[in-house]
Write a protein that binds this ligand. Structure first.
Ligand code: ADP
Ligand code: MG
Length: 293
């Protein structure tokens, strides 16, 4: 049996394994026992994912290592991450890619049920935001304060409950023969496709996945801008009022990163990007206000 470490961000171990019959699969092992339940939830989310044009690698097997760590085995998708693919892809292909992403992220019919009514959404966000206010108060940062004030005043009831990936970065999407696969699903405090699009914007608007790269080539930046504009266009076509909701989703996502920023450079980057997102929200709300006059 051969195995290669595939790396990753979560601290879990991810191996590409070739068994004695020459079959390959990927094994993801929990980083510690406390993480077992979350990784198990991840494999369940992945196994039950149902996308129109996007797939998830089939979950083949699950179990526990001798050390008591949960693991699951899945189909190996021999491709590259969308974060890498974007750098060199033909610009003409971005539209098709955005269309298949959107058709798989936005459910045709919402699955809002009696258990998730509007007041629940508001309560869930109010609770999340009050926790964040406590955690973030040590920062004494006007950008965070402004964000929290906006987020607390926002009516979150448009965010319908739906299937949700939970961590939809460009690094968690694999491209193989122009087909897309979602990996690395994550349980979240609330499941809604709006939050997934917000996370996508974190990469295509804020360029978060590229923050450690010394220079991001103009080609990549250009493709990300085209990607973002086409994504926003698609959302507008579904409902123009959703665009601002996506930016609010992005804003809550960004301020949740602050507690994890370790170095000053990343902190400044985050602060600068968060301010820009606030500006964008103000602009969108001003435009919506003028339209309704
Ligand atoms: N099923 C798979 N097929 C091919 N590559 C994979 C697969 N699962 C993970 N990878 C590769 O391993 C990397 C890390 O996996 P991921 O599940 O995203 O871990 P983490 O939770 O640490 O981010 C991915 O970015 C991808 O390159
Ligand atoms: Mg990942």
């Amino acid at each position: 049996m051969n195995s290669y470490n595939l790396g990753g961000h979560s601290g879990c171990q991810i191996y590409l394994i070739e068994d004695d019959d020459g079959k390959t699969f990927v094994r993801k092992i929990s980083k510690d026992e406390d993480y077992n339940e979350r990784l198990k939830a991840q494999s369940e989310k992945q196994a039950s994912f149902n996308g129109e044009q996007v797939k998830a690698p089939a979950v083949l097997h699950q179990g526990y290592t001798e050390e008591g760590l949960y693991f699951f085995d899945m189909e190996y998708v021999q491709g590259i991450t969308l974060a890498e693919y974007v750098k060199t892809m033909e610009i003409g292909k971005v539209k098709g890619l955005v269309e298949s992403l959107v058709s798989s992220i936005i459910p045709k019919r919402s699955i809002t049920s009696i258990t998730e009514c509007k007041s629940d959404v508001s309560q869930i966000f109010a609770k999340k935001l009050s926790g964040l206010r406590k955690t973030l108060s040590v920062h004494n940062n006007p950008v965070i304060d402004h964000s929290l004030t906006l987020l607390e005043a926002h009516d979150w009831s448009k965010l319908t409950y739906s299937q949700c990936h939970g961590d939809m970065t460009l690094e968690n999407i694999i491209v193989k023969n122009d087909k897309l696969y979602f990996i690395d699903f994550l349980d979240s405090f609330y499941d809604s496709w709006f939050l997934d699009i917000g996370t996508l914007l974190q990469d295509v608007q804020v360029m978060w996945s590229y923050r450690f790269q010394e220079t991001v080539s103009m080609n990549t930046v250009l493709r990300l801008i085209v990607f973002r504009d086409l994504l926003i266009d698609e959302i507008k076509q579904v409902n123009p009022a959703y665009v601002v909701e996506i930016y609010y989703s992005l804003l809550q996502k960004l301020i949740r990163i602050y507690p994890y920023t370790k170095d000053e450079l990343t902190y400044h980057f985050l602060n600068e990007k968060t301010s820009l997102v606030i500006e964008e929200i103000m602009k969108l709300e001003k435009a919506a206000g003028e339209e309704s006059l």
